[in-house]
Design a protein. Structure first.
Length: 133
């Protein structure tokens, strides 16, 4: 569990490490202010871009033998971001099977992301610089 002013994160469940790892549990994430979190991470939102506000995500997952199941994922970012999803990754057959279903309302991801960073080669061995656009 992680609790702070910028972000709260909790993982609750059980994991067993075997040839086929077994797990069952929940993950919860709560960000009171995406803009404040971006600034805290050193990547503030562009000047003039309003804070998208609160972001909440939760997931319920489990494994069933060689099948890994995402029972439910819910992402709620207010009127700018709404998504529910579920899926499974099945290793039981000769070919892995992936099934995924998502249902979304508005998915305005740009409101939640800082500006992109481009990496530039400096010409010096092992030295790369970055700049925001």
């Amino acid at each position: 569990e992680l609790k702070s002013e910028a972000v709260n994160f909790n993982a609750d469940g059980a994991v067993t490490l075997t040839a086929l790892p077994k797990f069952a549990g929940n993950i919860d994430l709560s960000v009171p202010s995406v803009g404040a979190l971006a600034s805290w991470l050193g990547r503030p939102l562009p000047s003039g871009q309003s804070d998208p506000g609160k972001l909440v995500a939760r997931a319920r997952m489990k494994s069933e033998g060689p099948t890994y199941v995402i029972e439910e994922v819910v992402i709620d970012g207010g009127p700018s971001l709404a998504l529910t999803a579920n899926g499974r990754f099945d290793l039981a057959g000769p070919t892995p099977l992936i099934k995924f279903a998502a249902k979304g309302g508005v998915l305005d991801l740009d409101r939640f992301l800082p500006p992109p960073v481009f990496f530039l080669r400096t010409g010096l061995p092992g030295v790369v610089s970055s700049r925001a656009v």
